[in-house]
Design a protein around this ligand. Structure first.
Ligand code: GDP
Length: 434
């Protein structure tokens, strides 16, 4: 998805604008247990275009000087986004900070739009002209608190999105390696790339693509490792902040087919692991749980089983994800990873014929009668697969309201029993039969 970054000095109303933009989004109700939105990062939609929004102002850290902060905001915006919205305020008039931010943004090789906030009334809207001197084109007057001008701003944002390109090689499996710091992500990546034939990543494309690494395994499978910077390019100040690493992981997840969620066997599962896992699940990608540093714990015959039980309990919504125990240090089991990624990608790309699905449905209805809710019985007529990655099934019923979570769950389990969907979430969409 395209990403829009909001930058600007403190108190110009960035987060109010952020919230406005998100609220334009149609409420899509889904039963997903993970984290759906973050205070500074969310999905939004305008005129049928879905996109991510980042409020870079929220990505701050302890003791940050204002100088460092705006520098980091501008860097994040320039690296992570496709369109940048710089926010200023008529109430503050043009400030030195505005000028400094604008100067940083001159270096951006992407469109920058200038929003002038707090233009709540006609007089204030007449005050926007001083902002022309920033050299960022026509100022767009908005009032984030009143909600005026937001539509015009979003029109301009959407117009500036890059053309949709489908430059993904169809036989290339894109995957990313995510997890909290120090679980061993870079060690795994280096070991993986070391063992396999690395084709030097010198692809044409945006700066974001340039850091992805394509490689092939002996059996001729092509992979593309999506980099989450901070893994391979360390150093920039903001990369150390947790907010930033979450953001980075999110955009990597969105560009992946399969996500490797790395846990650390020596420390067990922490809160931050669950946070990252929630994002992976929410995006509907294939997920493999990789327990790294398996060389460290003292083992008896049950330890893998015990650790798996803990994982199943802590990540209940990831019940579809296979668990593999590896050591980046000794390379134990690492050669299994490409195979497993390939298998999960195969599973998530499957298409099941409608006739086969409906045979399954018939058998299933014999097993468990559809639920009776407030005297009304759910009738399930027909089922068809409408998408892959993740496999998505539309189920035609008499009344979608009667399709409760437990029955959905039952259908998903039926699908899992009858077909191999290991590693991929499954979506069920009830629709009223016309
Ligand atoms: P990242 O922050 O997730 O990329 O983690 P790193 O790859 O930088 O690893 C963090 C630390 O764990 C480093 O000191 C690694 O040497 C160590 N480490 C990584 N994988 C293993 C492993 O399988 N076994 C052991 N014993 N140490 C590991």
């Amino acid at each position: 998805l395209p990403t829009v970054a909001i930058v600007g000095q403190p108190n110009v109303g960035k987060s109010t604008l952020f919230n406005r933009i998100i609220n334009q989004r149609l409420a899509i109700v889904e039963d997903r247990p993970g984290v759906t939105r973050d205070r500074n990062y969310a999905k939004a939609s305008w005129l049928g275009h879905d996109f991510n929004v980042i409020d870079t102002g929220g990505i701050t850290w302890e003791g940050g000087r204002i100088e460092d902060e705006i520098r980091a905001q501008a860097d994040i915006a320039m690296e992570e986004s496709d369109v940048i919205v710089m926010v200023t305020s008529v109430a503050l008039h043009l400030t030195d900070l505005d000028e400094r931010i604008a100067q940083m943004l001159y270096r951006a090789d992407k469109p920058v739009l200038l929003a002038v906030n707090k233009a709540d009334n006609p007089e204030q809207r007449a005050d926007i002209y001083e902002f022309y001197s920033l050299g960022l084109g026509d100022p767009i007057p908005i009032s984030s608190s009143h909600g005026t001008g937001i539509g015009d701003l979003l029109d301009a944002v959407v117009e500036n999105f890059p053309p949709e390109s489908d430059n993904k090689d169809s036989d290339e499996i894109a995957f990313s390696v995510i997890g909290r710091p120090n679980v061993g992500k870079s060690s795994i990546i280096n070991a993986l790339l070391g063992e396999n034939r690395v084709i030097v990543a010198n692809e044409e494309g945006t700066t974001r693509d340039a850091i992805d690494t394509p490689f092939s395994t002996e059996d001729g499978t092509h992979f593309k490792m999506i980099d989450t910077a901070g893994i391979r390019r360390r150093g920039k100040v903001y990369e150390k902040t947790e907010k930033y690493s979450v953001l980075r992981a999110l955009s990597a997840i969105q560009r992946s087919d399969v996500v490797l969620l790395v846990l650390d066997a020596s420390t067990g599962i922490r809160e931050q692991d669950k946070h990252v896992a929630g994002y992976a699940h929410d995006e509907g990608k294939g997920v493999i749980i990789v327990v790294n540093k398996w060389d460290l714990p003292k083992k008896d015959s049950n330890s893998a089983k015990d650790f798996t039980a803990v994982i199943r309990n802590e990540f209940q919504y990831l019940d579809y994800a296979p668990v593999i125990f590896v050591s980046a240090k000794t390379h134990q089991n690492l050669n299994q990873l490409p195979k497993l990624i390939k298998e999960v990608n195969y599973n998530q790309s499957q298409r099941i014929q409608s006739s086969v699905l409906n045979d399954m449905l018939l058998e299933a209805s014999k097993l468990v009668p559809a639920p009776l809710i407030k005297g009304k019985r759910l009738r399930v007529y027909y089922m068809t697969q409408v998408a892959t990655t993740p496999p998505t099934f539309v189920v035609f019923v008499n009344d979608p309201e009667l399709m409760h979570f437990s029955y959905k769950r039952f259908l998903i389990n039926q699908l899992r029993d009858n077909f191999n969907f290991t590693g991929t979430p499954i979506k069920i969409l009830p629709r009223k039969r016309k």
